[in-house]
Ligand binder design. Structure first.
Ligand code: NAI
Length: 666
């Protein structure tokens, strides 16, 4: 049974029990409607307490139903039935009341929250809007401006704030259910609060709407649901509750069937599945209670911060005192900034930093369960580090390299413990970027591999397993992307046209702006090294720019010109002149065709990577692109997009459930 009924005297207690998060599916809806009918007809019942089993109220509507036709009773019908019930319904909210869960609570006459309640309407993250009255009841309870933040900008309210703004009526200071029952017993003694549907809401001034719209569109970076949600919220405030509800449902159903929602659902399932690959589910993981990092540069410090923020004590090793002091300072700044950004008191950052030990002596790593190497990208340097680790670390410690390009198998060559060695490829800045490529070598044990996935989960990262090839999954695809963009330059397309097309598609930056920001010299040095090894690497426009001293923003010039102290790229006649000897065409191409050509290149390289067994599932490629390389989330990823386009060309679009099959772990 997904919904239980019990009695405490004349109070009925309705408990939604659908593990793990009490998601509302068709069975739950049917049962709630039936119970509302039955309890209204039951003279022995005075009031109803609605709650959730386990640690949450209700985590939302069941997303797996979103790919199917809507079945009756719909959630709006359930919410309306509860709101219109003859008996008062009280929502007793502990833990999460999200999306449809909160909408259900909004239909109740009284909301009681426990101290750990978290209330939110996160639908826009899935490319939809609340479809069961959330956009209409919420502003009538808490005012338009806070409602806009919750509906369009993912604001989550804690218990105290929920009471302060009027979303909840009562904060329980003892056991939640007892508090709700007490209130239910008293319901006859005083009038019930006016239901949300009958309340009025003060319309904000025009400037407030305009400001909100500009802010929401800027942050949404091309995704349409947040601004659509704003429009729906406003429509209801300006045209009344009934019309608002009608418009909300119509818009919800349209978005639910749309591409953006399909892409975001697909990613939702892929992200949920990523930390638990099917072949490792039954494998025991090792406890990780402390970690060491060797190398306190850009990556080492970022990785240390990620570990620190997850509450793991960290030992940071550098080669000398000066480098160590620099690394520890940088780490301090990052952890403090992260706490500040999260609105946490400085004491939290200090507690985390108290778990950090800095040293130049590897002996400090002797107790660590895991050590991650992040020293210079040089095989000999890395091998020397692991030889040292061999003699200082525990015999069962997991040892990992953060190399970007070197074959981890070569780094581990000659080590006596290859079964506890693997690549953990973090992305910069490591405390922020969610992608973690996990790169086992042939000898890595399954237990060590499973523990790496577990670590990713603890760090809040999105892990993707990669086989070994030059650049692993992400950097290999990036190289192909850049090569295709440069091929267009040789065809005569201007970098600013390519960058603008990719920005319009949803990237924060185009490929040439990105190269200017990162510096053109690193890949130039890679190409030069390959040439020095005797490999044939054709001359590229990037070579000519670097040779002319144009290394990107840091030299004030790259693909673009930069005014002193500015980062705004300006089209450059000089750059055009320098690369002219390599340009052999004058291609006229639309922005759409530019995007198609670059996405096709991403997807082709992704397919090659799958065919070679470097990645296991198309969704892994998409997770890498979305979480490591700025692919616009609301478009799903190059593999998703290409598969959708192929299927819709053939006969109608692939549903996210079908797309999900491309990631059988979901
Ligand atoms: P970095 O040059 O900023 O830092 C390297 C640090 O290692 C320096 O602080 C150096 O003093 C220290 N170091 C060198 N030898 C050492 C030794 N024997 N013992 C202790 N410390 C030693 O380099 P970065 O960028 O942090 O890169 C580190 C590794 O991470 C490289 O393998 C790189 O390919 C990889 N990586 C870099 C990314 C990036 O965006 N920078 C992204 C992902 C991986």
């Amino acid at each position: 049974m997904t919904v239980h009924l019990e009695r405490r005297g004349d109070i009925a207690i309705v408990t939604i029990d659908n593990p793990p998060v009490n998601a509302i599916n068709n069975r739950v809806r049917e049962r709630l409607i039936a119970l509302a009918e039955a309890l209204d007809a039951d003279d022995g019942v005075k009031a109803v307490v609605l709650t959730g089993a386990g640690t949450h109220f209700v985590g939302g509507a069941d997303i797996t139903e979103f790919d199917k036709a809507v079945t009756e009773p719909s959630l709006p019908a359930v919410v309306a039935r509860i709101e219109q019930a003859a008996k008062p319904w009280l929502a007793a909210i502990h833990g999460a009341a999200l999306g449809g869960g909160l909408e259900l609570a909004l239909g109740c006459h009284i909301r009681v929250v426990g101290p750990h309640a978290a209330l939110a309407l996160p639908e826009v993250k899935l490319g939809i809007i609340p479809g069961s009255g959330g956009t209409q009841r919420l502003p009538r309870l808490i005012g338009a401006e806070t409602a806009v933040k919750m509906v369009c900008e993912n604001l989550t309210l804690d218990a105290k704030t929920a009471v302060a703004v009027g979303l909840a009526d009562h904060l329980a200071d003892g056991p939640l259910l007892d508090a709700a029952i007490d209130l239910a017993v008293q319901t006859g003694e005083r009038p019930l609060p006016e239901p949300a549907c009958r309340r009025s809401v003060a319309p904000p001034a025009q400037e407030v709407w305009e400001e909100a719209q500009a802010r929401i569109e800027r942050r949404a970076r091309g995704a349409s649901a947040p601004a659509t949600a704003l429009g729906v919220l406003r429509h209801g405030i300006e045209h009344g509750f009934a019309e608002g509800l009608r418009h909300e449902r119509e818009t919800f159903l349209k978005l639910r069937a749309g591409e953006e929602a399909a892409a975001l659902r697909y990613l939702f399932f892929a992200e949920r599945a990523a930390p638990r690959p099917p072949d490792l589910r039954s494998v025991e993981t090792r406890p990780l209670a402390s970690a060491g990092i060797v190398g306190g540069g850009t990556m080492g410090v970022g990785i240390a911060a990620a570990l620190c923020n997850a509450g793991l004590p960290v030992v940071l090793i550098e080669r000398d005192q000066e480098s160590l002091a620099r690394g520890l300072n940088a780490l301090r700044t990052i952890v403090q900034t992260a706490a500040k950004k999260a609105g946490q008191p400085l004491s939290i950052a200090e507690t985390r930093l108290a778990g950090v030990t800095g040293a130049t002596d590897y002996a400090f790593l002797s107790h660590c369960d895991l050590v991650i190497e992040a020293v210079f990208e040089d095989l000999a340097v890395k091998r020397a580090v692991f030889a040292d680790l061999c003699s200082h670390c525990r015999a069962d410690a997991i040892l990992a390299t953060n190399t970007s390009y070197i074959d981890p198998g070569l780094i581990a060559e000659g080590l006596s413990f290859p079964h506890r060695f693997l690549g953990l490829h973090f992305f910069s800045p490591a405390q922020v970027m969610r992608l973690l490529e996990i790169v086992p070598i042939a000898e890595t044990s399954r237990e060590v591999l499973a523990t790496a996935f577990d670590l990713a989960r603890r760090l809040g990262k999105v892990p993707v397993r990669s086989g070994i090839c030059d650049g692993f999954i992400g950097n290999r695809i990036l190289r192909r992307y850049r090569a295709e963009a440069e091929a267009m330059i040789l065809d005569g397309v201007e970098p600013q046209a390519i960058d603008a097309a990719m920005r319009d598609f949803g990237y924060a930056m185009g490929p040439f702006e990105m190269q200017d920001m990162a510096g053109l010299d690193i890949s130039y040095l890679h190409r030069q090294a390959a040439r020095a090894r005797g490999e044939t690497v054709p001359e590229t426009p990037g070579d000519l720019l670097v040779q002319a001293g144009r290394k990107g923003q840091k030299t004030g010039a790259g693909w673009y010109d930069y005014a002193p102290g500015e980062r705004m790229p300006r089209p450059s006649a000089e750059a055009r002149r320098i690369i002219a000897p390599l340009v052999h065409g004058a291609l006229e191409i639309s922005a759409e065709a530019i995007v198609d050509r670059l996405i096709a290149a991403l997807a082709e390289e992704g397919k090659a990577i799958l065919d070679e067994g470097i990645a296991a599932f198309p969704a892994d490629i998409d997770l890498v692109e979305v979480h490591g390389y700025g692919f616009p989330r609301f478009r799903g990823g190059p593999m998703f997009l290409t598969a959708r386009a192929q299927v819709s060309q053939a006969d109608g679009a692939m549903s996210p459930v079908e797309a999900k099959a491309s990631h059988p772990t979901a």
